[in-house]
Write a protein that binds this ligand. Structure first.
Ligand code: GLA
Length: 730
């Protein structure tokens, strides 16, 4: 049992393998958050504030005795509201029919269920290996209910949270904010977030949580390249292996906000959820609203352990479909090889060469449909361009299949070019404000996915294409953010719902297409890594991590991405040099090793490669497949990150859970003189066992490799990379 309810003291304790989480219904009916942290035996942890807790200027319950004030401004709470005395950042704001902002949630009831709850219309972790707790709160005055959901995955130290707001009054109310909050009674923390931009996503940023509020978020209609909906609150001295760290992953792909605020009483509140800016949802009498889920992992042993918990949970209990754990085909994508400039003969020539060296799937990227020879036109018209394809799509698919390869294609279903038949027929399908010319981005507009007829139109077009040929893979792209938001389908007082309704519409479309085409491998993309989030991973088990395919820049991008997301989700390709993004020249071997720690694919014009280069790719595919299970399902350790300017190498490792085998990868990412040998301590091995490194005769004890470390070999050329395969000696 991971959920324990003490009826007498009204204490809910959630126990995972290494963490405890506790709430208590206090004598005022308030659901107080008493503890979240390292696992401890069950004990009522409300003793520090049970006799009241008060500072001047903090309002308190009018019925409280003066010497025992009960102040919502002071107490740690499970869900904080605004309007009745808590001046900290609230989690939920409800505007009542009379215009007031009051909401005083008090305990009503609870239930415990086997298995994990699911959320209507929203992605969420799932699994029989979890338990669910639902605590129902009710407003003191009105029939407004909030059902708090908790999903407990004991093994992964994962607790998921979401809630449903139910309006059982007779009038409409406005939901102006609906986030998840978590209060820490004391302690000093850092907040780690992942910022970026197109081609440089998920750069780690660490700041002290100060008195006030620090926050990151997106108001771009997508989770975005600029900030990721994942953050970590940690001890100020936490590192990869040490300290208390709390991960917060939002299972959502739209606008979000993550904030950490420190208050006068040194308490810290984390808020995670839909960005309240431009959000206002009307709940008519009888309506309800479900928030996106927040996936929280606690680790008492630093960031590394937290990441490994997320990796397993995402792989096994978030991703779905037959590819979630199956070996994915090694693909070649023609984008960086040809851009828009191709015809069928060119693609088949590439497929021919690719097939000979062991590549298994050919992906035809942008440019195969409508009038689409550049990015000025064509989006929305999902009809194959038979002139360019020199026949039907089926014929092209058959030609690709005849080379021994599977066939995949690219779509950008949520966007539309003004120069398209779909736009000419239905200009109102695109977001635009009345009387204004909408702004374009990459020469395109965004379709109003909150509307069913728009989704149906796109679905029907996609379905027709997917049924017309033997298609095994789809890349689902989204290449701009949403401006000029306005839905003609909603009245003026409901325009604050459009961003969220867009995402609900997108999720409905993704559900429909992935359910109806279960044999297709889907990869999501948004100008590379603009929607790398747990929401998209529920529908598609892998994502194109970044449009930046340079192996050295990728070290930083994959490093940041690995804090929450598993290797199995990270699209990574070997591309040509000089790199198209930054003109850097790196060895082919280095490009291969970096791409191994993702889904490994190739993205270049293979017909232009030398025989020697092709042989090297062939070797890489064999090597990648040999290490596939270890890399994809192993325990991931960041041994040395790419950001320390005094260090030369970036080093990481995957190890079997039982410590019997490991693979260490190192890349010298600083191409500078003044080199110093670096000795790196490995991880995840069995201390008293002996190992060989790359089949060496020499034996090394696990303890020595972990405590004394391993010297990284020196190669005298730019950006070398090495693999160290660590195997148990018989
Ligand atoms: C985006 C993607 C690229 C490619 C292009 C095609 O930028 O990230 O990989 O598919 O679109 O236009």
């Amino acid at each position: 049992m991971s959920i324990i309810f003490n009826e007498e003291n009204k204490i809910f304790t959630l126990q995972t393998k290494s963490s405890s989480y506790q709430m208590k219904v206090d004598s005022y009916g308030l659901l107080v958050h008493t503890y979240y942290g390292k696992k401890i035996p069950i004990c009522d942890m409300s003793y520090n504030f049970e006799n009241g807790y008060y500072l001047s200027f903090s309002p308190y319950d009018a019925i409280a005795q003066p010497w025992n004030p009960h102040s919502v401004d002071m107490l740690p709470q499970e869900i904080s509201t605004y309007g009745n005395g808590d001046f900290r950042e609230s989690a939920i704001n409800v505007r009542q029919a009379d215009g007031s902002l009051g909401l005083e949630l008090r305990y009503d009831s609870y239930k415990i269920e086997k298995g994990k709850y699911s959320l209507q219309g929203l992605p969420s972790f799932y699994g029989e290996n979890a338990e669910t707790l639902v605590i129902t709160l009710k407003d003191k005055v009105y029939d407004i209910y909030v059902h708090l959901y908790y999903g407990i995955f004991e093994e992964y130290d994962l607790i998921t949270r979401a809630y449903k707001v139910e309006n059982k009054t007779n009038s409409a109310i406005n939901l102006e904010k609906a986030m998840i909050s978590l209060d820490f009674f004391n302690g000093d923390f850092d907040l780690v977030t992942f910022h970026g931009k197109h081609m440089k996503e998920r750069m780690l940023q660490r700041n002290e949580v100060f008195y006030g509020t620090s926050s990151v978020g997106s108001s771009r209609g997508a989770s975005s390249h600029m900030q990721n909906p994942f953050a970590i609150l940690c001890d100020t001295n936490a590192n990869e292996e040490y300290g208390s760290v709390y991960g917060f992953g939002l299972v959502y792909s739209g606008n979000f906000l993550i904030s950490a605020s420190k208050s006068q009483n040194r308490s810290t509140r984390v808020n995670v959820g839909i960005n309240p800016e431009n959000f206002n949802f009307i709940l008519e009498a009888g309506d309800s609203f479900v928030t996106p889920e927040v996936a929280m992992v606690y680790s008492n042993e630093g960031f590394g352990k937290m990441s490994r918990c997320y990796h397993k949970a995402i792989r096994n209990n978030l991703c779905r479909g037959k590819f979630k754990t199956a070996r994915r085909p090694v693909l070649i994508n023609n984008w960086e090889g040809t851009y828009f400039d191709f015809n069928a003969d060119k693609l088949v020539a590439m497929a021919n060469d690719a097939s000979k060296i062991g590549i298994e799937l050919f992906v035809m990227d942008d440019g195969w449909f409508g009038k689409r020879d550049n990015d000025l036109s064509g989006l929305g018209d999902w009809t194959p361009n038979e002139k360019k394809l020199q026949g039907t799509l089926k014929e092209l698919g058959d030609r690709i299949n005849a080379t021994g390869m599977k066939f995949g294609i690219w779509f950008e279903p949520e966007c539309i070019s003004a120069d398209s038949d779909l736009y000419r027929a239905h200009p109102d399908y695109a977001f635009q404000m009345p009387n204004r010319v909408p702004s374009e981005s990459r020469n395109q507009l965004v379709l109003d996915m909150s509307r069913k007829e728009v989704r149906d139109n796109i679905y029907n077009q996609l379905e027709k294409v997917l049924n017309s040929a033997n298609i095994s893979y789809v890349k689902w792209d989204f290449n701009r953010h949403i401006s000029d938001l306005y839905s003609v389908a909603l009245p003026k007082d409901r325009q604050g719902e459009v961003f969220h309704r867009y995402i609900l519409g997108l999720y409905e479309l993704l559900e429909r297409i992935t359910a109806n085409f279960p044999d297709i491998l889907f990869e999501s993309c948004s100008g590379g890594g603009g929607r790398v989030d747990m929401g998209m991973l529920y529908y598609m088990p892998q994502v194109w991590t970044s449009d930046n395919s340079d192996a050295i820049d990728r070290l930083e991008i994959q490093y940041g991405t690995s804090f929450a997301y598993p290797v199995s989700a990270m699209g990574a390709h070997v591309s040509t040099v000089p790199n198209h993004g930054n003109a850097r020249v790196t060895p082919l071997k280095t490009r291969g090793i970096v791409a191994y720690f993702g889904t490994y694919g190739v993205e270049l014009d293979i017909t232009k490669m030398t025989d020697e280069e092709k042989t090297e790719i062939q070797r890489q595919i064999v090597e990648f497949k040999e290490y596939y299970d270890l890399i994809q399902y192993g325990e991931y350790y960041r041994l040395q990150g790419p950001f320390d300017s005094t260090k030369f190498y970036t080093v990481w490792e995957v190890a079997k859970e039982d410590g019997s085998e490991a693979l260490v990868a190192s890349v010298r990412n600083r191409n500078e003189a003044g080199f110093v040998h670096e000795i790196i301590k490995l991880n995840g091995l069995i201390p008293d066992k002996f190992y060989r490194i790359n089949n060496s005769e020499k034996l090394y004890s696990g303890a020595a490799l972990m405590e004394h470390g391993l010297k990284m070999e020196y190669d005298f050329f730019a950006y070398p990379a090495r693999l160290y395969h660590i195997t148990l000696a018989e």
